[in-house]
Design a protein around this ligand. Structure first.
Ligand SMILES: [Mn+2]
Length: 220
């Protein structure tokens, strides 16, 4: 049932307890979930919480708004994707664009290929693009290696040097890191990666690894 409750916009308060504002829109949505539960021999109790003033209502309001804000940031981040891309592209050689899995998937969708995608946002975003955007994204490389003063050869990748969707974390084992870097040329001593949205800096396998995290959706 939690999926249905999430879909109508309910926010979880604790295990099995959800909250929605007391408005006609939510009343009918909740009623439908109750009917759905009954259909599957489940039971949902709907309890009005008039509260004893703002003090009691505040925690509920907080839970509700915090969840809406997370979703809104995720949604608006995706909506602004092409504006951000235009801005970055306008900076020319001052910016290094590295392809990620999302760009790869978006180009595939825009070209009409059928691929497995985990959400509804990517197909929507693919419909917002111009041919110039797709050409720009299709031309991005992964990984990209450039020379940086005092660092030497620095490799920029999305997931790992060999994959734009492989996951390595700050606490992944040394064996795992060694495997991930097994095909990396000796002279590359610094690797910058992303994908997990979790920022960290660590030394591993005699190399410096930096994940700057995410501007719009940081985790960890
Ligand atoms: Mn990614």
């Amino acid at each position: 049932m939690w999926r249905e409750l999430r879909k109508i916009g309910a926010a979880p308060v604790s295990t099995g307890v959800w909250t929605v504002p007391d408005t006609p829109h939510f009343s009918s949505a909740v009623q439908k979930v109750v009917e759905l539960a009954a259909f599957g021999s489940g039971e949902i109790l709907v309890l009005p919480t008039p509260g004893a003033g703002d003090h009691e209502a505040d925690p509920l309001r907080y839970v509700f708004r915090a969840q809406r804000l997370d979703e809104w940031q995720e949604f608006s981040g995706d909506c602004a994707f092409f504006e951000v891309l235009d801005r970055l592209a306008s900076l020319g050689k001052r910016v290094l664009l590295v392809r990620g899995n999302a760009e790869r998937e978006l180009v595939s969708l825009a070209r009409g290929e059928s691929i497995d995608i985990p959400d509804d946002v990517t197909p929507w975003a693919a419909g917002q693009r111009s041919p110039a955007h797709i050409a720009l994204l299709a031309g991005l490389e992964h990984p990209v290696t450039i020379d940086i003063k005092d660092f030497g050869s620095v490799l920029f990748c999305h997931g790992t040097p060999r994959s734009d969707e492989e996951v390595v974390l700050v606490d992944s084992s040394l064996e795992r890191w060694a495997d991930v870097f097994s095909e990396l040329p000796e002279q590359i001593r610094t690797v910058v990666c992303g994908h997990t949205h979790m920022p960290f800096i660590r030394l591993v396998d005699r190399r410096l690894v930096i994940n700057p995290g995410s501007v719009g959706m940081p985790y960890g």
